[in-house]
Design a protein around this ligand. Structure first.
Ligand SMILES: [Fe+2]
Length: 186
């Protein structure tokens, strides 16, 4: 079960609307390297990890990814809150607005909706963990792309935090891989 804490894992206090940046960041909500995909991937894979240590690790990381979903959602919400018609059109968000208004909707920054194709599970713990390590590296790279595009420190600081967490997760998966390889799993 989960116990909800009414606070973000990292504070988001964005005071200036920026719809183009919101569109970019949306990709970490519903895109292939996004937080929603990561959360579901790990919370789904955890059941068939070979031991309780692996199950607990995937539960821990999957739970934290849910908290990252919330940080990203808060960023997109704050970057778009109160947007005018002119701002929506100028940012190329007319198609998004016509479908969803200013509600949050999981899709990538090109408008492709979230799909379960992003959630890898092949029935092999080693392959799944190696997939997760690659996923963490790709998520880190996307955060670096987003940081390169960002102009406001209010946006950059939460992105730096999320990037750092992907690096930590990568190393935790690498340790799990080593554990299972030492146990003789191939
Ligand atoms: Fe994450």
């Amino acid at each position: 079960m989960w116990i909800y804490e009414k606070k973000l894992q990292y504070p988001v206090n964005i005071t200036k609307r920026d719809l183009p940046m919101a569109k970019n960041i949306l990709t970490q909500y519903g895109g292939p390297q996004g937080e929603l995909a990561a959360a579901i991937r790990y919370l789904n894979q955890r059941y068939t990890m070979p031991d309780d240590y692996g199950k607990a690790l995937l539960t821990d990381i999957g739970t934290e990814e849910l908290a990252h979903v919330e940080v990203i959602a808060a960023m997109v919400y704050q970057l778009t809150k109160g947007a005018t018609k002119e701002e929506i059109i100028a940012a190329g968000l007319g198609p998004y607005y016509s479908n969803h208004g200013l509600d949050l909707f999981p899709e990538n920054s090109s408008g492709e909706p979230f799909t379960t194709a992003y959630i890898s599970a092949v029935g092999d713990p080693i392959a799944n963990i190696e997939e997760n390590m690659a996923a963490e590296q790709k998520a880190r790279a996307v955060y670096e792309n987003l940081i390169n595009l960002a102009t406001s420190d209010e946006v950059i600081q939460p992105l730096l935090f999320l990037r750092q967490r992907e690096i930590i997760h990568y190393h935790r998966f690498a340790e799990l891989l080593q554990r299972y390889q030492e146990m003789g799993l191939k």
